[in-house]
Design a binder for this molecule. Structure first.
Ligand code: G3P
Length: 307
């Protein structure tokens, strides 16, 4: 396993090591991004999603005052939020997620994606790792729209992301959700490890963005596995800073355990052929379906009934 550092980083007058893995803030509040930037010294990028946008303090304030948004107002708020975040981050950009339920077609996702991509110069459009999401990604990269494929829970989905986006001029992100696999007793870090291993024999156009990070150990393991990017809630970044920015050493050993300290079930590696057509891979995963349903519920909680 090769783990390397990018260089030295000065934080509050102290030199610390900066990982090669790009660090993104997983959130929906520009003030929070700014706080993390001054705490750590840099923020490479940001990921947002409908649940995180629903938690934005301004939106929460509107909801607390009894206001519910129209779909247009929700979109305008989302645009305002990412436009504030956009100049704060580095070259990993800001990921903006389309509003999709289980029936949204690829064409509908693409229409949203095209609009969202025009909001800021450093946008990545997030589509779910479903058949329609993959089809939207395929069409998007042909139009030079950068994409981040979210709600990835299987190696098959990551293989399909690779195959569907081949030829993309820009890096494509795939986001394996570590914490949500852990939640159901499977070792989410294994999925990151397996995807990285599968991509060893690839053209490198898909970058692994470890997501649903819940602990410092997830963060360190993402560095250790050489994930190109990791998106991290501010709470975990604050803990990392408070602990003095620890880094994994060459002998780093990750032990996946649940909340009660019981070992998580390993996820075995599969030998998949990345040259196969993307729609030949089994894209179904219960957690992808549940994830879409949760995003829809959180999005709708901000909307007027008639919206
Ligand atoms: O980056 C994905 C993230 O926002 C989901 O995290 O904690 O809801 O599984 P979580």
């Amino acid at each position: 396993m090769s783990f390397h550092f990018e260089g030295l980083l000065e934080v509050n007058g102290m030199l610390t090591k900066r990982p090669a893995t790009k660090i993104l803030v997983d959130g929906g509040d520009p003030e929070e991004t700014l706080r993390i930037k001054s705490l750590i010294g840099f923020v490479d990028g940001q990921t947002t999603n409908p649940s995180l946008i629903a938690k934005n303090p301004e939106i929460q304030q509107l909801l607390a005052s009894g206001h519910r948004l129209s779909t247009q107002e929700e979109k305008d708020e989302y645009k305002k939020i990412v436009q504030s975040i956009s100049p704060l981050v580095g070259d990993a950009g800001v990921s903006i997620e389309v509003f999709a339920d289980l029936n949204t077609t690829a064409e509908e996702m693409l229409a949203q994606g095209q609009e969202m991509f025009s909001w800021i110069p450093n946008a990545y459009v997030k589509y779910p790792c479903t058949h329609e999401g993959l089809r939207a990604a395929d069409m998007s990269v042909r139009k030079s729209i950068r994409v981040n494929m979210t709600l990835c829970f299987s190696q098959e989905q990551a293989a399909a992301v690779y195959a569907a986006t081949q030829g993309s001029k820009e890096p494509v992100y795939v986001s394996p959700f570590v914490g949500r696999l852990d939640d159901q007793g499977e070792d989410g870090m294994d999925l990151v490890r397996n995807i990285k291993k599968m991509y060893e024999r690839s053209d490198g156009h898909v970058h692994v963005l470890a997501a649903s990070i819940r602990t410092i150990n997830h963060l360190l393991c993402s560095f250790f596995l050489g994930a190109e990017l990791v998106t991290v809630p501010s709470k975990v970044l604050q803990e990392w800073a408070a602990a003095g920015f620890p880094m994994p050493d060459q002998d780093f050993v990750y032990k996946g355990v649940d909340a009660k300290g019981r070992p998580l079930k390993p996820i075995p590696y599969k030998d998949l052929d990345l040259k196969l057509p993307w729609d030949s891979f089994d894209l179904t995963h219960e957690l992808t379906t549940k994830g879409i349903q949760k995003f829809v519920a959180d999005y709708q909680s901000t909307l007027r009934r008639s919206a």
